[in-house]
Structure formats: structure tokens, C-alpha cells
Design a protein around this ligand. Structure first.
Ligand code: SAM
Length: 371
């Protein structure tokens, strides 16, 4: 097989890889719970299109094992017996695929009895071929069952927007994709790899990026990719998370895309847990500082925004939560973290609240008009 990158078969895990895995595991925990308990879906897919060798140099698990363990060790897994979980782990590189197979075999051997509703399919091909194979396996008019696709290449090749669209660009499919910002930033206007970038974006507007050194160039590139994911694949919600490398520059972004507002909310919650300042980024330079996992967000800006947006209105707590979905905050930050301090500070009141500072369903909230 031709050399496909400069990494060895198994490579050391970078700090930002840990952050990526933390987001993945947190989100999948929520995703499995939603579909495992759903009476509407009998089967779901997890596609790890660039699965890697299954482990890192220090034997820490790669994304396939993390995804499997998140399901099998889920506290409610025993209740999910009516849902089939279909995992597809695809890796192109021959030696990495062999490593992946052996890691998966070990993971299965470690469980005394493998659950009948969990199927693992290793695959050794180019991601684009895998996507085509999956699409060809569907009957006329058929679409994939609810699918979480993790697309995690090293660079910008082999992830054309058209393949992403055909595979997951429809309701109940979700995408968590690595975007090689560093390469696009370096070469967007260099004319060197235009064929690859045109495929990656599904358009050639990246050629209009402001010149290198212009402070708006980075945002332009980020926003163009987000816009294309919405436009080409029809995703209603797109969240991004920035990875800053050891030199202090943006190396990559992870984009999460879904049609579902609840899924979007859950992913924002997973991302907040890794970036508790609410800035949706991870910086390799500070990776040795203890991670403050938790939900202690500074909601001051959200409090001000709500006071401004709902000034003079009385609305339900559900209306407030719907509004928050379109902000960087997530729904679990609304009641105790935002509305309760607002009430304590006299910034809101409620005509039907049974207990102060609590906001069960149906609670009405009055935001005073501006003076
Ligand atoms: C960033 S690594 C994956 C890491 C893994 N997802 C994890 O989190 O543990 C990218 C992997 O994609 C593989 N790869 C590269 N080109 C590929 C292609 N066209 N199709 C499938 N796999 C590919 C590489 O060999 C590499 O193992």
C-alpha cells in the first residue's frame, strides 16, 4: 500500500486528541440513551470512517473502543435490548487495520458475553468506497437508519462534501467531522491543491478567502465550511470546536452537524464540559493544567441577553430554553445557572411559580420592560 501519511502505524496521543475523545464519549453517551430508549427506532449505526489503529502508542484506546465502551458500559445499556447497534469501523492503512482488528478482538474477548444487539463490522477500504458501499446496500428510496458518522481524517483528502451529503445529509443522521483548518489556511489561495479543496467544500469560494495576514481570513474559512455543511447537506444546526496547537495557532476544527435541536443542545453541553469558559476551543499549550469539568459557566452574558431579548414579556421557561438553543449556551444552563441568579437579583419574576428560584415545565417568567 502506498504511504498515506507520515505517521507510524500507531502514534502518540496528542492533548487535543484527548479533548476530541472526551467530546465524542460525552456526546455518544447522550446519543445512545436517546436511541436506546426510543420506541420508534429499531436500529442505529455508528460509522467511524477513519477509525485508526484502535489504540495509541501508550495503549490508550482509540475512537472505536471508546465508542463501543460508551455503549456497553452505559448505565442503562440493559434497557436497550430492543435496539440494534451497528458499528462500522473503517481504516484504509493495512497495518493500522490489522492493529484495529486485533484491538477489537481483544475488546470483544474481554466481555464475558457479547450482547446480541451489538454488531461490529471492521472495514478496510477508502472512506469514499465505504460510503458508496453503504449507499449501494440500500434499496430504492431507502435511507440509512439513524446514523452518527465520525469522520476523522488526518488531512483534507478523501472527505468530499458530496460524499458526506450522500451518506448523512438527511434527517436522523449526524456528523462529527474533522476540518483541517491549518492546510486550508495555508493553501486556500495558493492554487496548489484546488481540486482537493473544491471537493472538500463542494464549491470553489475558498479561493475568495481574504489574503494571508488579513484578520478576517480565518473566520471566512471557518464560516464557509459551516455554510456548505448547511447548504449541501441540509443540516439545520452546526456547532464547531477549535483546536489550537502547541504554537498557538488554530490547527483544526471539529464540526458537529444535525437536523435535531435536542442533539445540537446535547453536543453543546459536551463541548462546554471540555471548554468550561464557553469559548468552544481547546489549547494544546495549556493541556497540562487540570481540566475543570463541570457546568459552572459564567452565564452573565446570557442573563443580559435574555433581559434584553424578552424585555417587557411574560413567557414560559420552554420559550426561554428554545431561545437559548440558538446561543452558545445549552439548556442545562438555563434554570439553576441563569434564571435562578436572575431571580435572586430581581431581574425576573414569575406569576405562577410554586417555589422561588425553581422553574419546572410551564413556569411563566416575566422580564421587566426597560426603563
Ligand atoms: C486521525 S486518524 C484516526 C484516529 C481515530 N479516529 C481516533 O480518534 O482514535 C486518521 C486515520 O485515517 C486513516 N485514513 C487515511 N486515509 C483514509 C481513507 N481515505 N479512508 C479511510 N481511512 C483513511 C489513517 O490511516 C488514520 O489511521
Amino acid at each position: 500500500m502506498p504511504k498515506i501519511d507520515s505517521h507510524p502505524t500507531v502514534w502518540p496521543k496528542q492533548p487535543h486528541t484527548q479533548a476530541k475523545h472526551d467530546i465524542l464519549v460525552r456526546y455518544l453517551g447522550a446519543w445512545f440513551a436517546i436511541f436506546g430508549a426510543s420506541p420508534y427506532y429499531t436500529g442505529v449505526n455508528v460509522i467511524d470512517g477513519f477509525a485508526g489503529p484502535g489504540k495509541y502508542e501508550d495503549d490508550e484506546p482509540g475512537s472505536p473502543v471508546l465508542a463501543l465502551n460508551t455503549l456497553l458500559d452505559h448505565k442503562d445499556f440493559a434497557k436497550y435490548h430492543d435496539t440494534r447497534f451497528n458499528f462500522i469501523f473503517n481504516e484504509l492503512h493495512t497495518e493500522r487495520f490489522e492493529s484495529l482488528q486485533s484491538v477489537l478482538a481483544d475488546a470483544q474477548a474481554q466481555r464475558s458475553a457479547w450482547p446480541a444487539n451489538v454488531k461490529v463490522t471492521p472495514s478496510n477500504q477508502n472512506f469514499q468506497q465505504l460510503a458508496q458501499q453503504l449507499l449501494d446496500s440500500l434499496g430504492p428510496g431507502q435511507r440509512l437508519a439513524p446514523t452518527f458518522a465520525f469522520i476523522d481524517p488526518f488531512g483534507y483528502q478523501d472527505v468530499p462534501m458530496s460524499t458526506v451529503r450522500d451518506l448523512v445529509g438527511h434527517p436522523s443522521c449526524e456528523l462529527f467531522i474533522y476540518f483541517d483548518f491549518n492546510s486550508v489556511n495555508r493553501f486556500a489561495t495558493a492554487g496548489k491543491v484546488d481540486d482537493h479543496f473544491t471537493a472538500l467544500f463542494g464549491c470553489d469560494e475558498y479561493k475568495n478567502a481574504p489574503p494571508a495576514g488579513d484578520p478576517t481570513r480565518s473566520q471566512f474559512i471557518h464560516d464557509l465550511y459551516a455554510r456548505q455543511l448547511r447548504k449541501e447537506c441540509g443540516f439545520a444546526h452546526v456547532a464547531s470546536f477549535r483546536m489550537i496547537n502547541a504554537t498557538g495557532h488554530t490547527g483544526s476544527y471539529l464540526f458537529f452537524c444535525t437536523q435535531n435541536a435536542k442533539a445540537y443542545d446535547k453536543m453543546k453541553e459536551a463541548m462546554w464540559a471540555i471548554a468550561p469558559d464557553g469559548d468552544y476551543r481547546f489549547d494544546d499549550r495549556y493541556s497540562d493544567q487540570p481540566m475543570l469539568f463541570g457546568n459552572d459557566a459564567n452565564t452573565g452574558p446570557l442573563q443580559d441577553q435574555l433581559a434584553e431579548h424578552f424585555a417587557g414579556q411574560t413567557v414560559t421557561v420552554e420559550t426561554v430554553i428554545d431561545y437559548v438553543l440558538d446561543t452558545p449556551f445549552h439548556s442545562n444552563q438555563v434554570r439553576a445557572k441563569t434564571l435562578a441568579p436572575m431571580q435572586r437579583a430581581g431581574r425576573i419574576s414569575s406569576p405562577n411559580q410554586k417555589r422561588k428560584n425553581t422553574f419546572p415545565a410551564g413556569t411563566l417568567i416575566t422580564f421587566p420592560a426597560h426603563d
